[in-house]
Design a protein around this ligand. Structure first.
Ligand SMILES: *Cc1c(COP(=O)(O)O)cnc(C)c1O
Length: 390
């Protein structure tokens, strides 16, 4: 058994990031400034869209995306029940209501037929989530957008680096939000970005993220000369700092390499876990590049123990795991407010109760990975289960 605890996710911070942070600290410019602008440009080049704006989190990016679309009280935004609760919370913050729909039983992605069927006169947008790094079928998403005249806000917290039909997620003419939280594929500790489609929206995002002021702090205080600023609306405080961007500008160039490494670990897990009573992640279709953010398996009923027992057994063997996710509809706020019967969202409920995520990050060693496999084999092997129940 492993001696030290294997953490589920681990950020890969190298010397370049550390030096860049120190450079920001020494420069005196620690707030939003040139490094944020550089990171935005790099992200723009990476996703093939020039209008990218960085903010303090993906939750803030999703929220601001909806604000710029005029979404608020009296409106509805359709989201998958199987996602991180932040997707729903961002909708609620605008005053609109998050309408939860079920997901595909195999991929776990939003059921687009259910989403289309849930559209009402109050519906302003659908928020598909590229869950686990697997892109949603973008032709179908955009066809609903164009046929029904509603907006699409893509929650791409897991999907920086993902592609659909050879095009990066973020380049499909929607507002697309990324996360750089500590355990995402790249990190700025806390941070997010929004692909804004056009420069008008980008400017609006910038202003809303900084008190609603007419000119950003960087322009105001740079050596371009003093400029008066005006609040054109009561904005928020969602700007990213240069210290955070200092991490991002060195993380992003490594993302493709890291995704390739994650894919290797992924394929090895697929191979080594095939005989266990687990449903492995859905096969990756040829027309997508999966960002390989989360490797989740589902415990089958014939395994002879519950998912939570399995989590505990793994923990006892020093293997860290995650649960992605407990469905939004199972969180008390959403469940009780809307009186949702879990059986009305059967696939999201089933995934919530059976899923667990295995350690997957660019620093995971082959020994770490084998430790995970062996722990699972030991816990799930038939003879062992027989002994335990005897
Ligand atoms: C992490 C995550 C978010 C929120 O990201 P933050 O940057 O922490 O706000 C939103 N949606 C999904 C699916 C996530 O996994």
């Amino acid at each position: 058994m492993r001696k030290e605890f294997l953490v589920f996710g681990k950020p890969a911070i190298e010397e370049a990031e550390i030096a860049e942070v120190v450079d920001s600290l020494r420069s005196g410019w620690i707030g939003s400034g040139p490094k944020v602008q550089r990171f935005e440009q790099m992200l723009g080049e990476y996703v093939g869209e020039s209008e990218v704006r960085c903010v303090s989190s993906c939750t803030a990016a999703l929220f601001l995306a909806m604000k710029t679309l005029g979404i608020g009280a009296g409106h509805e935004v359709i989201i998958p029940a199987m996602t991180f609760v932040a997707s729903a919370n961002a909708v609620e913050h605008t005053g609109a209501k998050a309408i939860l729909v079920d997901v595909d039983p195999e991929t776990g992605l939003i059921d687009l037929d259910a989403a289309e069927a849930a559209i009402t006169p109050r519906t302003k947008a659908i928020m598909p989530v590229h869950l686990w790094g697997l892109p949603v079928e973008m032709d179908r998403v955009n066809s609903i957008r164009d046929r029904c005249g509603i907006e699409i806000i893509e929650d791409a917290a897991h999907a920086l680096g993902a592609e659909w039909n050879g095009r990066p997620i973020g380049s499909f003419d929607n507002l697309t939000a990324y996360s750089f939280y500590v355990n995402k594929n790249i990190t700025t500790i806390e941070g997010g970005a929004l692909v804004a489609r056009d420069s008008g929206t980008a400017t609006r995002i910038e202003q809303l993220a900084l008190h609603g002021l007419s000119a950003g702090a960087w322009q105001r205080f740079s050596d371009a000369g003093f400029k008066h600023y005006e609040a054109t609306e009561p904005g928020y405080k969602f700007n990213m700092t240069d210290v955070q961007a200092a991490l991002g500008i060195h993380q992003l160039p490594r993302l493709d390499r890291w995704i390739d490494r994650r894919a290797e670990i992924w394929d090895s897990y697929d191979r080594d876990l095939a005989d266990l009573p687990l449903t492995l992640p859905a096969a990756v279709p040829d027309h997508v590049r999966h960002a390989r953010h989360i490797y989740q398996v589902r415990l089958r009923p014939d395994a002879g123990l519950t998912r939570d027992q399995l989590l505990e057994e793994l923990h006892r063997r020093n293997i860290g795991t995650g649960v992605h996710y407990r469905g939004v509809h199972l969180h008390p706020y959403y469940r009780d407010r809307d009186g949702i019967d879990p059986s009305s969202l059967p696939n999201a409920t089933e995934i919530s109760e059976t899923t667990l995520s295995l350690p997957l990050h660019s620093l995971l060693t082959e020994k770490d990975r084998v430790d995970v496999v062996e722990a699972l084999q030991e816990i799930l092997a038939q003879p062992q289960r027989g002994r335990r129940s005897a």
